[in-house]
Design a protein around this ligand. Structure first.
Ligand code: PEP
Ligand code: MG
Length: 755
């Protein structure tokens, strides 16, 4: 059967003329519906646009009652039009009234029509409205008529995106494109930021939709596809994939799509119908996206991302745009929105103008998170679809504490957050003033406050925050952000730089703590039932002594002629420490034998983070130069509650009698043995908990740099002796008061302690 269509090329030419006319938006829409109705030989053609309140409003019609324009409306999901919007796919029905979703709108006078064809108005996979044609006869619309309607829908989508329809939109609701969005993901790095969206992979807006010469467009497509294929082949062949920030698996998927004939054929067909090459890629991608967004299979959704990336690359190729961040054009208050990003890419942006980072993926231990946290950038992750919802330049607020993002926020939300930011800034200024004040309690007890670090970018905080030293340097971070196993020389260089940046302040290096959730991309990880209790940290180091010895040698060389402190994680038996110590001695002997200088004063310590050590304290303290309590792990093993599992991580209270008694036992034993003791888990950085630790007898705490100010403010208003006198009796089994956290809060309020 022949279609009624006067030819897609002719329609597109007419559309181009209408788009070029200097007329108002309503008139343009009115002309478009007349044009479509005439071309498809339909009695009705109507445009429905999605408003911010989720209602599809009739914006233009040929054939239905004119009075219904801007009056008739349907909710998303209501009626056939609502169904198309909800599912983002066309409906082609010879007998619309027989469809279960059919809803009759009396104000439009549509009762006379039987056949119905509707397509979603899509942009980057988002539904902005619905375009419909109707006929009295029972007919099925043909493939090229569906195509023609889809192409017209693209033209209308560009009108919406360009803001052309805002002038005729209802004042109080606005269009869906400018709808405020409040989304909750996962808090990755704390802090609050107000700013404007910068898309990490900026979408290239295709404005030139309609081709003048289809053959020339097809040739442009051929050229661009060839260049795209070559660039992917090159990347895969270069053997240096990680350096580009892309993963081999992703590139393999890219290659598969780039060579997929089905994909290129669809694009060619859209060109044959009169689109420019870039508009054809966008159209095919938009259809594909709408279809795949309904997929719940995570693998297929992942592939959708790959296909999206590839389509963007191809459009860039066609339009001659560069890849990667254009840092020179960054606004002063950039909040980067990305699907995902490598740690190095974040570093490329520089720190100055970035107020936040929002990711569709990203987990608490991903590399970019580690770097973001080190740079003090508020971060929220696991926000589905945020990249397609956000437009470059949109106002956005990121709340890295609550894990929330407000896109195009309403004014009251913006005011509330601006106040929150001012409040935080005032507090930060207060803390900065404390920087050079002594870290001494009201009753004259000196408390050493050190900071935790893991990357070179952390080191400037040492002076900024006024830390006494680095109490925990997590050496595995260098390994986690690298693309290949760092060689001995690279390790040594990093440690030398750390020691130089510390300018004589003590640094406690912790030997590699990999395994568990700390995965190295280039080291094949073995599947374990309980990775936190598995083959990790020192266990791995002792079983693969080559790895540990390389690191020890790098540390000893970096510390030549200076003080060097090294500690070992996840020790469960004193004998493990003795074996590690033996490796150190052997390395020392080796270095001396080859005429190398060695550290002047080498001290070796153990992290207390496995409860078994609590019952070996005497012999342990006899062997070590110092100990450091890793309260994160110690608590997870103490309560058998996985620290990474949100269901149980906060189930038990660190301020419970049992755990406080355990901590007291450690600090008492260390004091008796005259062995220095630090606590470097997250507890040390929370003012209320740090207060309790001082009450138990801890005098040396190591924490994230941001926590130093609040903890110092707390301890300078604390009488440590008085707190101990009130706290310690409450750890006795006979004491009637068992809720220690509650006691600590009341005590702080009563004594006016700055928490
Ligand atoms: C700890 O376990 O408390 C600790 C400081 O080490 P990490 O958090 O790196 O496991
Ligand atoms: Mg630990």
């Amino acid at each position: 059967m022949r279609s009624n269509l006067a030819g897609p090329r002719l329609l597109l030419r007419r559309l181009r003329e209408v788009m070029a006319e200097p007329i108002k938006a309503q008139e343009r829409l009115d002309k478009i519906v007349v044009l479509i109705a005439a071309n498809v030989v339909a009695e009705v053609c109507s445009v429905y646009i999605l408003r911010a309140d989720g209602v599809l409003e009739l914006y233009a019609t040929e054939g239905l009652k004119r009075e219904a324009v801007h009056q008739a409306s349907l909710r998303v999901g209501q009626g056939l039009v609502g169904l198309i919007a909800a599912e983002a796919r066309p409906l082609n029905l010879p007998n619309a009234r027989a469809h279960p979703a059919f809803a009759y709108l009396p104000e439009t006078g549509e009762e006379a029509y039987n056949s119905f064809l509707g397509v979603p108005i899509l942009r980057a996979g988002r539904t902005l409205g619905v375009l419909v044609v109707q006929n009295q006869s029972h007919r099925t619309y043909l493939e090229d008529e569906v195509e023609a309607l889809q192409t017209t829908a693209m033209v209308i989508a560009e009108m919406v995106a360009a803001g052309e329809l805002e002038a005729i939109a209802q004042k109080d609701t606005g269009l869906d494109l400018s709808r405020p969005i409040h989304a909750t993901g996962v808090a990755l790095a704390e802090g609050v930021g107000l700013g404007h969206v910068v898309l990490h992979e900026p979408r290239v807006v295709v404005t030139n939709l309609i081709a003048e010469d289809s053959e020339a467009e097809r040739q442009r497509l051929d050229g661009a596809i060839n260049r795209l294929r070559l660039s992917i082949d090159d990347l895969l062949a270069s053997g240096d994939i990680a350096a580009t920030g892309e993963h081999r698996e992703v590139l393999e998927a890219y290659r598969m799509f780039a060579y997929d004939r089905g994909w290129t054929r669809k694009i060619e067909e859209a060109i044959r119908n009169g689109l420019t090459a870039e508009a054809a890629v966008e159209k095919v991608q938009s259809d594909m996206r709408a279809r795949m967004l309904r997929q719940t299979d995570p693998y297929l959704r992942e592939r959708l991302h790959d296909l999206d990336d590839l389509a963007h690359r191809l459009i860039r190729e066609l339009m001659g745009r560069e890849h990667g961040p254009q840092t020179s054009e960054l606004p002063q208050d950039a909040i980067i929105v990305a699907r995902n990003m490598g740690a190095a890419e974040l570093l490329d942006y520089g720190r100055d103008r970035i107020r936040g980072l929002v990711l569709e993926e990203g987990g608490p231990t991903s590399h970019v998170t580690i770097v973001g946290r080190a740079l003090g950038i508020p971060m929220v992750g696991q926000l589905d679809d945020i990249v397609s919802l956000a437009d470059a330049g949109d106002a956005i607020i990121i709340d890295g504490e609550a894990g929330e993002v407000h896109l195009r926020p309403a004014q009251d939300v913006e005011h509330a957050y601006a106040e929150k930011v001012r409040f935080r800034a005032r507090r930060q200024a207060q803390y900065r003033r404390l920087r050079n004040k002594p870290s001494v309690t009201k009753d004259g007890i000196e408390i050493s406050l050190q900071m935790n670090a893991g990357l070179l970018v952390d080191l400037p905080h040492l002076a900024e925050a006024g830390a006494a030293g680095v109490g925990l340097f997590r050496t595995e971070l260098q390994f986690m952000v690298a693309s290949a196993f760092p060689r001995m020389r690279e390790q040594q260089a990093q440690y030398e730089q750390v020691l130089a940046a510390a300018e004589g302040k003590p640094v406690t290096f912790r030997s590699l703590d990999i395994g568990g959730d700390k995965v190295l991309p280039y080291l094949r990880s073995i599947q374990e039932e309980n990775p936190a209790m598995g083959w990790r940290a020192l266990r791995l180091g002792l079983d693969r002594p080559g790895l540990l010895r390389t690191q020890l040698r790098a540390l000893l060389k970096a510390g030549a002629g200076r003080d060097l402190k090294v500690m070992f994680p996840m020790v469960a038996e004193v004998a493990e420490f003795m074996r590690a110590k033996d490796l150190v001695e052997r390395e020392l002997k080796h270095l001396r034998r080859h005429g190398h200088a060695v550290p002047e004063n080498l001290r070796l310590g153990v992290m207390i983070e496995v409860p078994s050590l609590l019952f070996q304290l005497e012999e342990l303290l006899h062997q070590v130069d110092f100990v450091s309590v890793g309260s994160n792990d110690l608590f997870q093993f103490f309560c058998a509650a996985d620290r990474g599992n949100t269901r149980v991580a906060d189930r038990f209270d660190t301020m419970s009698r049992g755990f406080l008694r355990a901590l007291k036992k450690i600090v008492d034993a260390a004091n008796v043995a005259h062995v220095p003791v630090t606590l470097c888990g997250e507890l040390a950085g929370r003012p209320l908990e740090a207060m309790a630790l001082i009450g138990l007898g801890f005098r040396d705490l190591s924490m994230s740099p941001a926590a130093l100010g609040p903890v110092k403010a707390m301890l300078r208003s604390l009488d440590a002796g008085r707190l101990s006198a009130r706290l310690l009796p409450r750890l006795d089994p006979g004491h009637p008061e068992t809720d220690i956290r509650d006691f600590l809060k009341r005590y702080a309020a009563e004594m006016d302690i700055a928490l």
